[in-house]
Design a protein around this ligand. Sequence first.
Ligand code: LMR
Length: 338
Amino acid sequence: MNRREILQGSTALAVAAAAGIKPAAAQSPIVIKFSHVVTPDAPKGKASQKFKELAEKYANGKVKIELYPNSSLYKDKEELEALQLGAVQLLAPSTAKFGPLGFTEFDALDLPFIFHDEAAFRQFAASDLARKMFEKLEANGVKGLAYWDNGFHVMAANRPIHHVKDFQGLKLRIQGSKVLNATTRAWGAIPQVMAFSEVYQALQTGVVDGLENVPSNIWTQKFYEVVKYIAVSHHAHLSYAVVTNKKFWDGLPADVRPPLEKAMAEASDYFNAIAKTENDEALEEIKKTGKVQVYPLTSEERRSWLQAVLPVHKEMENRIGKDVIDALYKIVDFRPDA
Ligand code: LMR
């Protein structure tokens, strides 16, 4: 039986058994695979390393955390499927990766201009809405552990994007979220969904002309080598949700789960404390290379981006749920004219 037949014909449990995955309680030490798509020196790489150090220390050698950075184990969409099957235990995907798997409420976090500052995202992360969104994951075997705030996107491209009219015909790599698709089209650009690990080559070969991302990713993935212009637009936010396999987590021995929860809380504080500085520093490093022109949008230019994409909020009501969008507006004090 090949892997595809196993996946099609069996329950997640049978797949886990076929892959030799033992329940946590039967392992010594318990091995926790933490897979992600960025480099070890990006904020997520550093926070996963911090979690490893703290978790192994607090659990007194009862767990071993194995880190798999840079999509070395799974790419974007595969990693969430692998988590549901029990082949990996921890991930920290951007919330844009959840919509394509049917968790469409998460698309709300990609609505353009939804967060006007870092405090607004933190208010969401501490809200009932954020907790309820995690609860929805549980019916599908996924447990949310923490939200991580990786700050605001800039737009990197092979031509200057200042006014919204500059987007016309630009091929932009996007993550899978339908909101990002609608936003890109509303700007007049052409969206192309692509795994993070494929972006460098796609930029280099002209398969795409640009992408939105945070400066720390543009720096650590060396995208600055293959784009020429960055518009500091802060038009959208990069949010991560740290997730685990619910059955695995719930099955952890009583003397292991609390130390891991403590380690996760501290690693989350660490992530949220370093990400903004790392992004600011990365932008300075990118400028210093002299390879990229970094341009802060004027307020008039930024407004032209905003006006073009505001209708996307309404357009996405059916997919996300009007109740979810309204609740989010309230939590973040959504003020599109601010
Ligand atoms: C992307 O796919 O663009 C990023 O969200 C990758 C990441 O996890 O930061």
